[in-house]
Design a protein around this ligand. Structure first.
Ligand SMILES: [Zn+2]
Length: 424
């Protein structure tokens, strides 16, 4: 990667420094020993761009937003060596440390100390190291119109603590940026680290040469979206085996989650998950919603809309028995979410058992249970919450092995489940 070197006065020189060849650096950066329980021994994640000799990772902070930072620097609005002022930014709730934090196999796609860097690496920060949090934890009140309906129908009750007047929910929320320990990611996917590095290098158009030139650096800050955790109840109770836990792991679907599109069950299922979380908190447990930026099964929204068109224009119309085929025709695969990495967030939170998993996805269930978390009960979406045009999706998923306590249609019956055409 090329970055422009700054002079000691912060002014830019025209000299480009390549960070892809370690011989240029001089002193070695602080080492990262992934999986160490002591954050000092583990070492901080340093993705700074203003001091190449401090960098101990490949890539940079802020995920996909790093590109906007580049625009801000290019247009002269942001000093390239700006270091975050972390005054009063410390976590609003404490999470961890949990035993999973020091198990190098349990967490490979985020930095468990990501919220605590202002505390545990304070002395290094004061020495001038540009160490940034990759996790931020705050508190909020949230509300969604469907919650009012749930109260009116008697499914939820205002208790004044977890749910306030008008359906306002009191939550703790955490934003998490990805931090990938490449040997662990490779192991999770069952590939060699060198094959993983090469594919990441090539498939980003050669964006990060260090993936292939710097085998001494094992941590990668990928340019992808992060995730958000919403906690209903006391976060300290999550790891308490005597407290019950409801969890929904939800992959972003902007069209439904925000705009209420009726072609899928995403928003109704998300709201149902929140209802389950509130009831769990009100009955003495904790509820967790994990929201991951993996739009359109991580194929992206352009691919998703292309698939919608292909589904609705195909001969015979949009029907459940052709649901997955159309995606594969456009994208080459049915899914790119790699749920194997998703349980890391649950392990960061200290989850060891889920009493009510609000999901029908066999991929999510398998990933969670194979990571060592026990699942007691799976909660499908109630039939009356499924939009008419989303019957195609839900019946196709159930036939493909998604969890249901209802009927799974035969191939013949699947062909009769149809959605709207584009003209309707
Ligand atoms: Zn959706």
């Amino acid at each position: 990667m090329a970055s422009e070197k700054n002079g000691s006065n912060g002014s830019k020189s025209k000299h480009i420094v390549l960070t892809s060849h370690p011989a240029r650096f001089g002193p070695k950066p602080i080492a990262i020993h992934w999986g160490k329980a002591d954050p000092i021994q583990r070492g901080p994640i340093i993705g700074t761009l203003s001091n190449a000799s401090h960098r101990n990772v490949i890539g940079t902070h802020s995920g996909s937003y790093g590109v906007y930072r580049a625009l801000a620097v290019a247009s002269g609005q942001l000093q390239s060596d700006h270091r975050a002022d972390l005054t009063n930014t410390s976590p609003a709730e404490h999470i961890g440390p949990h035993p999973s934090w020091s198990d190098p196999n349990k967490i490979v796609s985020l930095d468990p100390f990501g919220a605590l860097v202002g505390e545990v690496y304070l002395s290094l920060y004061e020495k001038g190291y540009d160490i940034r949090p990759t996790i931020a934890i705050t508190k909020a009140h949230i509300n969604m119109p469907e919650l009012g309906e749930a109260i009116a129908k008697g499914r939820l009750e205002v208790d004044g603590k977890f749910m306030k007047d008008g359906g306002d929910l009191v939550v703790t929320k955490a934003a998490i940026e990805p931090v990938w320990y490449l040997p662990g990611i490779a192991q999770r996917l069952g590939v060699s680290e060198s094959d993983l590095r090469r594919a990441l290098f090539e498939q980003t158009g050669g964006m990060f040469p260090e993936l292939v030139t710097r085998p001494d650096l094992h941590v990668f800050l990928p340019p992808i979206g992060g995730s958000t955790v919403y906690i209903f109840g006391d976060p300290a109770d999550i790891a308490d085996p005597n407290k019950s836990l409801a969890v929904r792991v939800h992959d972003e679907c902007n069209g439904s989650d925000v705009f209420g599109s009726d072609i899928c069950t995403c928003r109704p299922y998300l709201v149902h998950g929140i209802e389950e979380c509130v009831r769990m908190a009100q009955s003495g447990g904790v509820g967790i919603i994990v929201y991951l930026r993996k739009e359109g099964r991580a194929l992206g929204e352009v691919t998703k809309f292309l698939v919608y068109n292909a589904r609705k224009r195909q001969e015979g119309g949009d029907r459940a028995n052709a649901y997955f085929t159309r995606t594969e025709c456009v994208a080459g695969v049915q899914d790119m979410r790699f749920q194997e990495l998703m349980p890391d967030i649950l392990h960061w939170l200290g989850v060891t058992r889920i009493d009510r998993l609000v999901s029908m996805s066999n991929m999510k269930y398998n990933a969670i249970t194979q990571s060592g978390i026990e699942v007691i009960e799976r909660v499908p979406i109630p039939e009356d919450l499924i939009p008419a045009d989303a019957q195609v999706e839900i019946e196709a998923k159930k036939a493909a092995g998604y969890y249901t306590d209802g009927v799974v249609l035969t191939e013949v019956d699947l062909a009769t489940v149809k959605g709207r055409t584009l003209a309707e």
